[in-house]
Design a protein around this ligand. Structure first.
Ligand code: 13P
Ligand code: SF4
Length: 371
């Protein structure tokens, strides 16, 4: 279980958030810089690439889920890790950092709809159902985008965590341990990685947690090499094969690059696919004048377009593919969290309980060691 708390020291109340909501942009930005300077090395601000511009510009380190988890484990000098990202990332930072460190999520409503699609109860029920039909040689692999409780389940069962940037080596490792994988919560990353590993589509089945045996018969489950949890990202799930066709018709010669959380039929049509960090690198190295349609979160795509004005960079879909929960972290929340820290008030701390953290760390450490 994770707890989130706001500490009040010496009877003095923390600064209330509502005082910050009316402030103007310039004042907020200036005060964030001042608070940041006053905290010095006592704090580190981590920012996921999908954060909005007016927040990411204040982060000390930026990265995708993998890079940020490494950074959280490599900053023992920081008393406070202020995480501009979503809840499961802050949980992982808490698990991987020292017990003397405190992780702060500036808005507790910054969750992830995909992570919410697999609860520990549902996964344990699925696990029991599979064992009840004699499927014992099964290794659980969870995507980073899952709760600490799910990561902990994987740690206890000999399983592992993966991110979009290391899914393939982690699948290789997992198949060296077991003949069958149970992958959650992202059906699409699981299928796309399984295909890259060489598992044919008909050897992967989908587990729908609302149905008995996940909606499969016993024979299908026995034959399957990968059992994919029926979960998806509400942002990457919006990209459709027709968007690839439309962009190619609109801009002849355009290259399409997508994140592997996109559906298989989108990934199949794209020229390239890879993690957020991979997309950033490909676009940075692409020649001037090249044209790119990018299937990932809009704040990042817009930032890349501004960063590389010598290339045409456009969002793959015409509608707004924005992660609404990442967007919850506003400069107001960041300033509120930092000014409270300056005054020794720890607000919105994310703390994973010891027992959950112990096993989740096992699964995360396995990932960090294999990468
Ligand atoms: P990565 O950070 O691993 O690219 O994952 C993307 C994502 O959806 C994060 O929530
Ligand atoms: Fe979750 Fe998708 Fe948002 Fe990432 S982009 S936090 S997977 S909803």
């Amino acid at each position: 279980m994770t707890t989130a708390k706001t500490a009040t020291l010496g009877g003095i109340e923390a600064h209330p958030l509502d005082k910050y909501l009316e402030l103007g942009e310039d004042e907020i930005s200036e005060r964030i810089s001042v608070a940041r300077r006053r905290l010095g090395t006592r704090a580190v601000i981590l920012g996921h690439h999908y954060q909005r511009d007016d927040v990411i510009c204040h982060s000390d380190l930026q990265g995708d889920s993998f890079k940020l988890s490494e950074q959280a484990s490599q900053r023992p000098e920081a008393e406070y890790i202020v995480f501009c990202g979503v809840h499961f990332m802050a949980e992982s930072a808490d698990i991987l950092s020292g017990r003397h460190q405190q992780v702060i999520l500036p808005d507790l409503a910054a969750g992830c709809s995909m992570a919410d699609m697999a609860s520990l109860d549902q996964v344990e029920t699925a696990w029991e159902q599979m064992h009840s039909i004699g499927i014992d040689d099964l290794l659980p692999v969870t995507y980073m985008n899952s709760t600490a409780a799910i990561k902990s389940f994987c740690g206890r069962q000999g399983g592992v965590v993966c991110t979009s940037s290391n899914a393939l080596p982690l699948f290789k490792w997992a198949f060296s341990q077991s003949s069958k994988l149970f992958f959650f919560p992202d059906e699409h990353l699981g299928r796309n990685t399984g295909l890259r590993y060489g598992i044919p589509l008909d050897e992967m089945v989908v587990w729908d947690p609302r149905l008995e045996l996940g909606g499969n018969d016993v024979e299908q489950l026995r034959r399957a090499r990968i059992i994919l949890w029926k979960g998806f990202c509400s942002v990457h799930g919006r990209f459709l094969p027709r968007h690839v066709d439309e962009r190619r018709a609109e801009f002849p010669g355009i290259k399409v690059i997508v994140h592997p959380e996109c559906r298989y039929d989108v990934v199949e049509k794209a020229d390239l696919n890879g993690s957020t960090e991979f997309i950033i690198k490909v676009l940075a190295e692409a020649p001037a004048g090249s044209r790119w349609a990018v299937g990932t979160e809009v704040n990042l795509v817009n930032r890349l377009a501004n960063l590389h004005p010598d290339k045409l960079i456009t969002l793959l879909a015409p509608d707004l593919c924005m992660c609404a929960t990442m967007f919850r972290i506003a400069p107001q929340n960041l300033l509120w969290a930092l000014e409270n820290l300056v005054d020794h008030h720890v607000v919105n701390q994310i703390r994973v309980d010891e027992e959950t953290a112990r096993w989740a760390r096992v699964a995360l450490d396995r990932m960090l060691a294999i990468h």
